[in-house]
Design a protein around this ligand. Structure first.
Ligand code: PA5
Length: 350
């Protein structure tokens, strides 16, 4: 069956459409972020020794991508908090950003409360919920993003305002041209990976993965956040297990696991590489992959396209986003519902 027919049959809430409107979301998110950044600009005079971005799942990945994009150009370290517990020594003297799409995620709310005691400054990015209420109560500025989207499909709304906040707060400096170039690249991805051409590269990737488990590998330099994003999108959209890890660290442990007979023949290694990867990390990847090759079902390498860091990062992300939806179609599932996450949250709130 053609992808277009599978889309009509399975994609009841149009997840593919949500991926395809990413460029428009980027534009809206950039505008929202620019408006809110005026608030963040007052933080420029505040002293903080790190940025902590608290969030879970689809709302955490924007922080990961922001950290990846800024790399060592960020003035202070940017750390993630994905837990109920935010250690005081992490929160102290931090610029704390709570990122929750719904505003109701218990872990993020708990981290918010913990940060109140210690952080140097606080902000939130959310569509509303309890987080927005607490921010209003505590006079914490919140960047309000549009509601009604699955959090993972709102990635532009969590990433781009965060970047604008970090720039206005003096953590990072980057030029608007990075954004403009990334927008063009995103539009190109939508035309390259759209369903009109059934054999487009994202569809082909989905076919490679059908019936197999993806091991997504990258290096920390730029595509670390994207490797996690690919894996999470395969989980949530395609309802399949996937795994991510990073060179060179994985060559010190995980590599040994590629050794048991035919067990891993149903696994595909997807290696995301970028020109900013450290030369020795690239060498690690080459040697490591050659040692894993006899045991893996297949190894596919993806070179980030040309362009600036934001453009390369988002173009690589979009290939995985499209592939995850096509893989959902091949798996015969609707990409939008995440019934287990919903059931889990319901049970945890009792
Ligand atoms: O994709 C999802 O639905 C989840 O990963 C959510 O993002 C996660 O549960 C956190 O919820 P929220 O994004 O509303 O804070």
């Amino acid at each position: 069956m053609k992808m277009q027919d599978l889309r009509a049959k399975l994609d009841s809430a149009d997840m593919l459409g949500r991926v395809m409107v990413f460029p428009a979301q980027m534009q809206d998110a950039w505008r929202i972020g620019a408006d809110f950044a005026r608030t963040a600009a007052t933080l420029n005079a505040t002293k903080f020794s790190r940025v902590v971005i608290a969030g879970m799942g689809g709302s955490a990945i924007g922080g990961d991508l922001a950290r990846s994009f800024l790399g060592d150009s960020a003035r202070v370290p940017i750390v993630s908090c994905r837990d109920h517990r935010l250690p005081a020594n992490v929160a102290r003297e931090a610029l704390f950003i709570a990122s929750s799409y719904s505003g109701n995620t218990a872990e993020t709310l708990a981290a918010y409360d913990a940060a109140r005691e210690h952080a140097a400054a606080m902000l939130a990015v959310t569509s509303g919920g309890e987080l927005a209420r607490r921010c209003e109560r505590d006079h914490v500025p919140s960047c309000i993003i549009p509601a009604g989207i699955p959090p993972r499909a709102a990635i532009g709304y969590s990433l781009l305002p965060t970047l604008q906040i970090l720039r206005a707060a003096g953590v990072a400096s980057f030029d608007d041209s990075e954004y403009e170039e990334a927008l063009k690249a995103a539009r190109q991805c939508v035309s390259n990976y759209g369903p009109e051409d059934d054999r487009n590269p994202a569809g082909e990737l989905a076919r490679t993965l059908h019936g197999r488990t993806a091991f997504v590998y990258a290096a920390p330099a730029l595509l670390e956040g994207v490797a996690r994003r690919w894996s999470c999108q395969f989980n949530e959209n395609a309802k399949t297990l996937a795994h991510f890890a990073y060179f060179p660290e994985l060559n010190h442990n995980e590599i040994v696991g590629w050794e048991v007979g035919d067990l891993m023949k149903r696994a595909v290694i997807l290696y995301l590489e970028d020109r900013d990867d450290h030369p020795l990390t690239r060498r690690h990847a080459d040697v490591g992959l050659s040692l894993m090759k006899p045991f893996a079902g297949a190894i596919e390498r993806f070179d980030a396209p040309t362009g600036g860091r934001l453009s390369r990062m988002l173009a690589t992300m979009l290939l995985g986003d499209f592939a995850s939806v096509y893989l959902a179609y091949l798996n015969g599932v609707d990409p939008t519902p995440v019934k287990k996450i919903d059931a889990l949250k319901k049970e945890m709130s009792r």
